[in-house]
Design a protein around this ligand. Structure first.
Ligand code: IMP
Ligand code: MG
Length: 183
């Protein structure tokens, strides 16, 4: 990729190659852990779409996929922990082994609430796979992250599914934004 789309305001944190090899490792781990299970990957739209598309092709099992879209209620810029379901799953998850796929865990409040909601629907198990985890700003509700691509510093990042005001999701790498006011 060339052009002004990639600019001085972006600092590469993880290259496409680095992401690929980490996603391969996660896929192998999940393949081993879910050998005899009825696995459903649940992607949280929109941020997880790139990660999940790559991750599922690294899992050597018969699995199915589904998607949810949620919006976190924010009080200003601070998450309140309440989530509204904008798009629900297509199929029931009763007796299924669910892995919720996220782009990034920041405060952890969205996923905490989402796993509570999914937990009430009778799944056999619910685990979390996130590409990125920002451990530092966690307010935090105890949230167990089972599969994590990379732990990153408390910076705003874009690319590989992550957006700034809806843009930059299609960058093939992950970049930190130097000056968020200028993105
Ligand atoms: P939280 O864990 O409830 O605070 O919310 C996580 C959500 O906030 C993620 O799914 C992203 O949509 C968004 N988010 C948090 N940090 C970033 C970032 O650095 N870049 C892009 N989106 C982010
Ligand atoms: Mg998100």
């Amino acid at each position: 990729m060339t052009t002004e789309f990639i600019n001085q305001n972006l600092e590469t944190l993880y290259s496409a190659e680095q992401i690929k090899s980490r996603v391969q490792e996660l896929g192998k781990q999940i393949t081993n852990d879910y050998a005899d299970k009825d696995l459903v990957l649940v992607g949280v739209l929109k941020g997880s779409c790139v990660f999940m598309a790559d991750l599922m092709r690294e899992i050597d099992l018969k699995l199915s996929i589904d998607f949810m879209a949620v919006s976190s209620y924010k009080d200003g810029t601070v998450s309140t922990g309440d989530v509204e379901i904008l798009k629900d799953l297509t199929n029931p998850i009763r007796d299924k082994d669910v892995i919720v796929c996220e782009d990034i865990v920041d405060t952890g409040l969205t996923l905490f609430r989402l796993t509570e909601i999914l937990g009430s629907r009778g799944a056999s198990s619910i685990k979390i796979a996130t590409l990125l985890d920002k451990p530092e700003p966690r307010i935090k509700k105890e949230l167990e992250i089972d599969y994590c691509g990379f732990q990153i510093p408390n910076r705003f990042v874009v690319g590989y599914g992550l957006d700034a005001a809806g843009r930059y999701r299609n960058l093939p790498f992950i970049a930190a934004v130097r000056n968020p006011a200028e993105i």
